[in-house]
Design a protein around this ligand. Structure first.
Ligand SMILES: *Cc1c(COP(=O)(O)O)cnc(C)c1O
Length: 381
C-alpha cells in the first residue's frame, strides 16, 4: 500500500525556496552570463554579508559545513597552535560532523557531559573534561540554541583554549554573554566559527555550501589557501591543501536568501512559541524557551515512549524526524578511532538519542498548523 502523504509535512524544501524563485533564477543567470564559475563577486558578497552579520572581521566561503570545521582545525595544526593528539572538547550528543572534523585534523575528541535542559554542552561541568592535553573546545549551537555563557568564557580564558564554534544550526542566534572579541552573534563568539548552508539549514543553498568566519586574519588567509590547493597565489602552493571552494552558483542563491534570514528565524520563533504555549501533555518534555537568542533550527521534544509517539503522530498525519537517534560514539566508525568520554556523557547521549523527536518547524510552517499539531500531541496517551 502506498503511504498517504503526511497532512503536516516535516520540511518541504521546494516550498521553502518558492518565494525566492524569481530572484534566484535571476541571480543564477547572472553567474552564467558572467562566465566566471569559480570564486568571484557572488562569493565575495556572501563573505561580506557574514562579516556584517557576525561582527567577525573575516569570512571565507567554503564547500560545506564539515569542510569549514576541518579547515579551521587543519589551519591551527599547520600553524602549530595545535599538535596531533591534542584534545578538543565537544558535547557527546552532537551531530557526527563535529567529531569527524576533530578526527580529520589528527586531534582527539573528548565527548563531554550535556546539560539535559538545553541539550548543549554542560558549561558547569567543562572542567571535568580538561586534562594537560586539552587545547580546544567546540561549542555546538545544537538545534539553534547558542552554547556560550560566562562559565564557558571563563574556562576558555583560564585554560587558554582555542574556541571553534559549530554554528551549522544556529545562523543569526545571539548570546547574552559577549564573545571573546566583544560581539554577540553566533559564529563570531570564539576564535573561529563554521557555517553550513546545507539545504535544510536555516539559510540553505540548493546544494552544499559552507563558510568560516574568524577574527584572526592569518587564520582566514590560511583557511582560504587550504581550501584552494594550499595556494596563496596562482600556481604557488604553500600548504598541502585541498579543493574545498565555495561554488559561486550556491553563493548567488545564498545572497538572495540572506536578507530574509532574520525574518525566517522570527517565523520559527513564532511557531516554537505556539508549541510551547499549547503542548501540555505531561508525557512530553518541551525544549526550554530562551526568547530571542534561539533560532529554532529544530523544535525537539523528549518522550520516554518516543517511538510510540512518532508512530501516533504519523498515523495522525504529522511527519516528524529524529536528530539524532544514534550518537557519534555508537557509530561503527568510532570503534576504530581514539576518543575519550567524560563521566556519564555517553549514557546521556544515548538517553537523548532514545527520547528526542523533532516536530515540524520552518519558515513555511503555518501558525494554524502548529496549533493543530500541538493539539494532536496533547491527545497522545
Ligand atoms: C549540518 C551540520 C554540519 C555539517 O554541515 P554540512 O554542510 O552538511 O557538511 C556540522 N555540524 C552540525 C551540528 C550540523 O548540523
Amino acid at each position: 500500500m502506498k503511504m498517504a502523504k503526511a497532512k503536516y509535512t516535516f520540511l518541504d524544501l521546494a516550498e521553502i525556496n518558492a518565494p525566492y524563485m524569481t530572484e534566484i533564477e535571476a541571480a543564477v543567470s547572472r553567474v552564467i552570463t558572467s562566465g566566471r564559475y569559480i570564486g568571484g563577486g557572488e562569493c565575495e558578497r556572501l563573505e561580506r554579508g557574514l562579516q556584517s552579520m557576525t561582527g567577525a572581521e573575516y569570512a571565507v566561503g567554503v564547500s560545506n559545513g564539515l569542510d569549514a570545521l576541518r579547515l579551521i582545525l587543519r589551519a591551527w595544526v599547520d600553524r602549530g597552535d595545535l599538535k596531533k593528539g591534542d584534545e578538543v572538547i565537544v558535547a557527546a550528543n552532537t551531530y557526527i560532523a563535529s567529531v569527524l572534523a576533530i578526527l580529520d585534523a589528527g586531534l582527539r575528541p573528548v565527548l563531554a557531559p550535556v546539560d539535559m535542559a538545553t541539550l548543549n554542552l554542560d558549561t558547569s561541568r567543562i572542567e571535568e573534561s580538561i586534562t594537560s592535553r586539552t587545547r580546544g573546545i567546540m561549542p555546538v549551537h545544537l538545534y539553534g540554541r547558542v552554547c556560550w555563557d560566562a562559565r564557558l568564557k571563563a574556562i576558555v580564558e583560564r585554560y587558554g583554549l582555542l574556541v571553534i564554534e559549530d554554528n551549522a544550526q544556529a545562523i543569526g542566534s545571539r548570546s547574552d554573554t559577549p564573545g571573546l572579541y566583544g560581539t554577540s552573534v553566533s559564529g563570531g563568539l570564539g576564535h573561529a566559527g563554521a557555517f553550513s548552508f546545507y539545504p535544510t539549514k536555516n539559510l540553505g543553498a540548493l546544494g552544499d555550501a559552507g563558510a568560516v568566519v574568524t577574527h584572526d586574519g592569518d587564520l582566514a588567509a590560511r583557511v582560504r589557501a587550504l581550501s584552494n590547493y594550499g595556494s596563496d597565489r596562482r600556481y604557488h602552493n604553500i600548504y598541502v591543501g585541498a579543493n574545498c571552494r565555495l561554488d559561486p552558483m550556491q553563493a548567488a542563491v545564498l545572497n538572495v536568501k540572506m536578507p530574509y534570514v532574520e525574518r525566517e528565524n522570527g517565523r520559527r520563533r513564532v511557531i516554537a512559541g505556539i508549541y510551547d504555549r499549547i503542548i501540555s501533555n505531561k508525557a512530553i518534555a518541551k525544549p526550554m524557551l530562551t526568547g530571542e537568542d534561539m533560532v529554532w533550527h529544530q523544535y525537539v521534544v523528549r518522550c520516554a515512549e518516543r517511538d510510540r509517539l512518532q508512530e501516533y503522530l504519523r498515523d495522525a498525519g504529522v511527519a516528524t524526524d529524529i536528530h539524532y537517534a544514534v550518537p557519534p560514539h555508537r557509530q561503527p566508525c568510532m570503534a576504530r578511532v581514539d576518543f575519550r568520554a567524560v563521566g556519564d556523557a555517553l549514557e546521556q547521549a544515548e538517553a537523548i538519542g532514545g527520547s528526542v523527536l523533532s516536530l515540524p518547524i520552518s519558515s513555511c510552517t503555518a501558525e494554524a498548523e502548529a496549533e493543530e499539531i500541538a493539539a494532536i500531541i496533547n491527545g497522545f496517551v
